[in-house]
Design a protein around this ligand. Structure first.
Ligand SMILES: *Cc1c(COP(=O)(O)O)cnc(C)c1O
Length: 450
C-alpha cells in the first residue's frame, strides 16, 4: 500500500479540521484536557473482521462498522464481483431505464419473502427507506379513497433514522429533542421490551401487555392510522432492546383487523442478524412493507430498499400521474450497490450462512455467559448474532471509558449509553469470538475501575 508514509497523527489532525463527523460532539475530539476527550481513530485498511490504522495497530470490528458489515472487510468474493461490475456499468438512472443487477436483486428479495413482497423500490440510506415506506402507506390510503388514514404509530424507544421525516417515528431523545419543532411526530405506543417485565412476567407476557395497549389505541383511533412501524425483535438504537415474537404476531392480527399497514424496519435486524434471514420470520408473519439497508450490500455501498405487497403496489397503477409514487433519488438502484447485494446473497446461499451462524451465535453466547455473574451486569441477552447487557453504573462517562478500554485491547466495541453490545461480522472465527469475550470482561472492569 502506498500510504505507509502517513501516520495516525496526520490523519487525525486533518480530519478534525476538515471533516464534520456524524453523531459527534467535535470538541470531544479536539480537547485532550476534557474528561470527555476521545481521539479519532484513523483507519488505513480492513481485512476480514479487522481494521488497521496507519501505524500497524489493529481493531476487531465487534459492531460490524455500525451494523453494516456481514462478511468482513475487503471480502475477496464481493470484491471480485464489484470489479467486474465496475468494468461493465457503474451507474445509470432508473427512471425509464433498467439493468440486470436491479432486476435480479428485486427478484431474489421477492423470493426471500415467499413472493409476499414482490415489488422493490430503491434508495441509498436507511432513513430514506423509512420515509419511502411512510409515504407509500399514506399515499396508498389516499389512492383507495381513505385520505383520513394519515397518522403513524411507532414503539417507545424506536429508531428509524434521523432525517426530518424519519424522526417522526424515531423516539430516541438525543436524536429527536433538538429538532422536535420541525417534526410531525407519530404517536408513540408502549414497547414490548422484555426488560419492562414486572415480577413473574415472561417476555411473552410483556409482549401481550404491549399488544393490548396497541389494541386499545387502534380501537379508538384506528380510522385515522395509516401504519405501525416496528423494528422486529430488537430495537437497536434503544440499546438492543429485545422482545418476544408474540408481539409481532399480535400486532399483525391487530393491524389486519383495523386496516393498518405493518411496516417492518429490518435495516438493522435483517440479513440474518437475528438468526433468520428476516427477523419477522420468527413470528411466522409478513409485513405489508419492509425496509432493508445496512447489511444488504454486505456493508460495502449505500443501498436501501423498500419491499411492498401486490395490494399496495396495485393501488398506484392508474393513467393519472398524481396517483403514481413520485419519489426518486439520483442513485436509485445503483448497479454497483445492487451487485454488492447480489454477491452478499450468493454468499448466504453458497455457505448456508443462516445454519452456520447458529453455531457461531452459540459460541458468542458461551463467550459472554460468565458475565452474568458480574455484580454490575444486568439483563445479559442475545438474539442470533447480537449479544448485549446493561451495566449498573452512575458514571456518565462509562460508555466512553469502555470504548477506549476496548480500543486499547484491539477491539471496536462502542456501547450505547450503559448498554454494551457486540454484533460481529458473520465471518468472525472462534478465536476472534474469544478475543471479544476477553476484551469485554477486561474493558468492563477497567471502565468501572474494578
Ligand atoms: C440505521 C438504521 C436506520 C437508518 O439508516 P441510515 O442508513 O443510517 O439512515 C433506520 N432504522 C434502523 C432500525 C436502523 O438501525
Amino acid at each position: 500500500m502506498p500510504m505507509t508514509h502517513s501516520t495516525n497523527a496526520d490523519w487525525l489532525a486533518r480530519s478534525q479540521a476538515a471533516v464534520w463527523h456524524p453523531c459527534t460532539q467535535m470538541q470531544h475530539h479536539a480537547r485532550p484536557d476534557s474528561p470527555a476527550y476521545l481521539p479519532l481513530v484513523p483507519i488505513a485498511r480492513g481485512q476480514g473482521a479487522w481494521l488497521f490504522d496507519f501505524e500497524g495497530k489493529r481493531y476487531l470490528d465487534g459492531i460490524s462498522s455500525w451494523w453494516t458489515n456481514v462478511f468482513g472487510h475487503a471480502n475477496p468474493r464481493i470484491n471480485a464481483v464489484l470489479k467486474e461490475q465496475l468494468e461493465t456499468l457503474e451507474h445509470v438512472m432508473l427512471a425509464g431505464f433498467t439493468h440486470q443487477p436491479v432486476v435480479e436483486l428485486s427478484e431474489r428479495l421477492s423470493a426471500l419473502t415467499g413472493g409476499a413482497l414482490g415489488h422493490a423500490f430503491y434508495a441509498s440510506d436507511g432513513a430514506s427507506a423509512t420515509e419511502i415506506a411512510l409515504k407509500m402507506s399514506f399515499h396508498y390510503w389516499r389512492n383507495v379513497g381513505r385520505p383520513e388514514k394519515a397518522e403513524f404509530l411507532c414503539l417507545a424507544g424506536s429508531y428509524h433514522g434521523e432525517t426530518v421525516g424519519a424522526l417522526a417515528v424515531t423516539d430516541v431523545a438525543i436524536f429527536k429533542d433538538a429538532y422536535a419543532p420541525l417534526v410531525r411526530a407519530a404517536t408513540v405506543i408502549p414497547s414490548p421490551d422484555f426488560r419492562l417485565g414486572e415480577a413473574g412476567e415472561s417476555p411473552a407476557d410483556v409482549a401481550r401487555r404491549a399488544a393490548a395497549a396497541l389494541e386499545s389505541h387502534l380501537e379508538q383511533h384506528g380510522e385515522r392510522i395509516a401504519a405501525l412501524i416496528v423494528e422486529p425483535l430488537v430495537q437497536g438504537a434503544a440499546g438492543m432492546a429485545m422482545y418476544d415474537p408474540e408481539y409481532l404476531r399480535l400486532a399483525r392480527q391487530l393491524c389486519d383487523r383495523h386496516e393498518v399497514h405493518l411496516i417492518c424496519d429490518e435495516i438493522a435486524v435483517g440479513c440474518g442478524r437475528t438468526g433468520t434471514f428476516f427477523a419477522h420470520e420468527q413470528a411466522g408473519i409478513r409485513p405489508d412493507l419492509m425496509c432493508l439497508s445496512k447489511g444488504i450490500s454486505g456493508g460495502y455501498l449505500p443501498l436501501s430498499i423498500v419491499l411492498c405487497s401486490d395490494t399496495i403496489y396495485g393501488a398506484f397503477l392508474d393513467d393519472s400521474v398524481a396517483r403514481a409514487f413520485l419519489h426518486s433519488h439520483s442513485y436509485t438502484g445503483n448497479p454497483l450497490a445492487c451487485r454488492a447485494a447480489l454477491a452478499t446473497l450468493d454468499i448466504f446461499e453458497q455457505d448456508d450462512v443462516i445454519a452456520t451462524n447458529r453455531d457461531k451465535a452459540q459460541r458468542l453466547g458461551d463467550a459472554l455467559a460468565p458475565l452474568a455473574n458480574h455484580p454490575q451486569v444486568r439483563h445479559l441477552r442475545q438474539r442470533g448474532m447480537i449479544a448485549a447487557f446493561d451495566v449498573a453504573t452512575d458514571d456518565p462517562h462509562f460508555s466512553r471509558k469502555f470504548y477506549r478500554a476496548a480500543l486499547d485491547r484491539e477491539a471496536l466495541i462502542r456501547p450505547i449509553g450503559n448498554t454494551v453490545y457486540v454484533m460481529p461480522p458473520y465471518i468472525v472465527s472462534d478465536e476472534e469470538i474469544g478475543h471479544l469475550g476477553k476484551t469485554i470482561t477486561e474493558a468492563l472492569n477497567d471502565a468501572l475501575s474494578i
